[in-house]
Write a protein that binds this ligand. Structure first.
Ligand code: ATP
Ligand code: MG
Length: 158
């Protein structure tokens, strides 16, 4: 872990830029949730958090719907912990899959049957990185409504 201080909104915008072409192909709009734009400093491994955001936002496109949207939200939980959420309005998942999506090579039947490419490693890597920071990740989802992945990070106290 190579810890540094950086502004999470700047990193989110950077990753939005990186994935903008892929999003454009499905006409998916990226945004930071209203009220969450004020810059917040975090203490974490920036390149590893970049990888987390790339994997989650890549999924939001892959499992997103045409003309859908991906929204990033940032909430200060208690002054020292930040919650970062990546939400989509895509295909979603049935409840039974949720406890297993962070396992290596696990892919839902929907992902496989729709011939969406992938190895099923993205979320296992995400979970590994977040846990290496001593933080947590969770998911909530509804079939045909969408999914939200949320992870915590350490913030720099003002
Ligand atoms: P890889 O990321 O290795 O290219 P992948 O996207 O299939 O492949 P993960 O990112 O680990 O693998 O995701 C695991 C599975 O969880 C996916 O195959 C898909 O079934 C489900 N999943 C992940 N993110 C979403 C999402 N935003 N909406 C719906 N299903 C999702
Ligand atoms: Mg993936």
């Amino acid at each position: 872990i190579n810890t540094e201080i950086f502004v999470i909104q700047d990193l989110v915008r950077d990753v939005f830029d990186t994935l903008s072409l892929k999003a454009k192909q499905k006409e998916i709009k990226f945004s930071i949730k209203k009220g969450c734009e004020a810059p917040v400093q975090v203490l974490a491994d920036k390149e590893k958090v970049r990888q987390v955001l790339i994997n989650l936002i890549d999924n939001s496109i892959k499992y997103g719907k045409q003309q859908g949207s991906t929204v990033a939200s940032i909430y200060n939980l208690d002054g020292k912990t930040l919650l970062v959420e990546i939400s989509d309005d895509g295909i979603g998942m049935q409840e039974e899959h949720l406890p297993r999506v962070f396992e290596r090579f696990y892919r839902t039947d929907k992902a496989r049957s729709r011939d969406i490419g992938g190895t099923g490693l993205g979320l296992a890597i995400v979970k590994h990185i977040i846990e290496a920071h001593g933080q947590t990740i969770n998911v909530r989802s509804k079939p045909d409504v969408g999914s939200t992945f949320g992870f915590t990070l350490e913030t720099v106290r003002e």
